[in-house]
Design a protein around this ligand. Structure first.
Ligand SMILES: [Zn+2]
Length: 395
């Protein structure tokens, strides 16, 4: 992504609130009650000395920064990116009466993390902070002083509580079109529904969510937003998008699974991503801008951990399909820059389950028995991923 001044200037809708030094190094921010939960307002945090913040009213996304520290949040999400590491809270960030409201625990973590030399504590309906080094007797009577550097806790590794199945395309976006007017969107929905059936029968206690159940158009960013919206405290999820590939060569057939990377495996992987990303021309113009938005990229750059997990997820799905599908060959795991995977706060993969431009494969992809087999392969891959993942977090 080109970091030109022109691009920066293009962010005309980007609201920048820079607060001047209006509060001393000692002070407090009030805690307000929202439906029984404790929140702190952006307008109050903005008065803390040296704490800068910005908020984009279009994407409802904002950022705190001080020196090299950053915290990125999105209204409606209970997960916040603290210096690139994900941290989850019991309640989501809210927007009310023009202000942004944060869980009080987030405000405490923010001050702890950004001001390592301050003491931060809770006192009644206030988050109190002080630049003074605490003497042992200065610890608040309620003992609520939190350990410092709390934001540097190890990255979140929570059990998988849900799986988001994303059938590619839909509505005015047919996806790739095969001979005889065969639409990718129809195949992806068929396989997704069968996958849901398999997972509901074989993964008890894990919620299964489809981004669409009918022939409906959904923007790419909305698909990830749906997935992220399911994140809860102490619970992680998996995002799997299902697609059918296309090639100018009718001879090419087979299946491949992708995970998100800014560096595509090869030109073929780049071309596949370009094909799937094309749908943004069908989206509302005002939304399209955000895919090229530098802030967007900075804000939701994948953490290394999520990328590692996504690579494992893609491997599991690919070998799951491989163990069920004998008619066509495995084309392996690849990486590319798919818009639909961008911004996912959980391991995410995209399966290209075959080539619609290969007549033999296209014919199979429309058959119920083949779709069932495909769904089973993906499902077994997901089950194996969750097993490996849960094993990993135990250690
Ligand atoms: Zn597609």
């Amino acid at each position: 992504m080109e970091k030109s001044g022109k691009n920066r200037l293009a962010l005309v809708l980007f609201f920048l609130f820079i607060f001047s030094h209006s509060m001393a190094d000692n002070g407090s921010v009030p805690v307000v009650d929202i439906d029984g939960d404790e929140y702190v307002a952006l307008s109050d945090l903005g008065r803390v000395n040296g704490l800068d913040s910005s908020f984009d009213i279009i994407t409802q996304r904002g950022r705190f920064y001080r020196g090299t520290s950053t915290a990125v949040y999105q209204v409606g999400l209970s997960a916040v990116l603290f210096n690139g590491a994900l941290k989850k809270y019991p309640r989501p960030v809210l927007r009310k009466a023009g202000d942004v409201l944060f869980p009080a625990a987030f405000a405490e973590d923010l001050l702890h993390g950004f001001y390592p030399h301050w003491t931060v504590s809770r006192k009644d309906r206030l988050v109190v902070f002080s630049a003074a080094e605490p003497g042992p007797r200065e610890t608040p009577a309620n003992g609520k002083a939190l350990p410092r550097q709390k934001t540097e806790a190890p990255p979140v590794r929570d059990r998988i509580g849900f799986i988001i199945i994303d059938p590619g395309h839909g509505g005015r976006d047919p996806g790739a079109i095969g001979r005889g007017g065969l639409h990718e969107k129809k195949i992806t929905l068929g396989v997704a529904s069968r996958l849901e059936g398999y997972l509901k029968a074989n993964l008890k206690g894990v919620r299964i969510v489809l981004t669409r159940r009918s022939d409906k158009f959904i923007e790419l960013a909305t698909r990830t937003k749906i997935a992220n919206g399911h994140l809860r405290e102490n619970e992680n999820g998996v995002f799997v998008s299902i697609h059918v590939n296309a090639s100018i060569s009718p001879r090419i057939s087979g299946f491949e699974t992708y995970y998100l990377s800014q560096n595509p495996s090869n030109d073929e992987a780049r071309a596949t991503a370009a094909l799937e990303n094309n749908v943004v021309v069908l989206e509302e113009k005002s939304h399209r801008k955000s895919y090229d938005d530098i802030e967007h990229m900075e804000a939701f750059m994948l953490t290394a951990q999520i990328q590692r997990e996504s690579a494992l997820l893609a491997e599991c799905i690919q070998s799951g399909i491989d163990s069920r599908i004998t008619e066509f060959k495995s084309r392996g795991v690849r990486k590319a820059d798919f818009f639909v995977l961008r911004g996912s706060l959980m391991p995410a993969a995209l399966a290209e389950i075959g080539y619609i431009t290969n007549s033999r494969e296209a014919q199979q992809l429309t058959k119920a028995a083949y779709q069932e087999k495909m769904a089973r392969g993906i499902g077994e891959g997901l089950v194996s991923f969750i097993k490996k993942y849960n094993q990993m977090i135990k250690n």
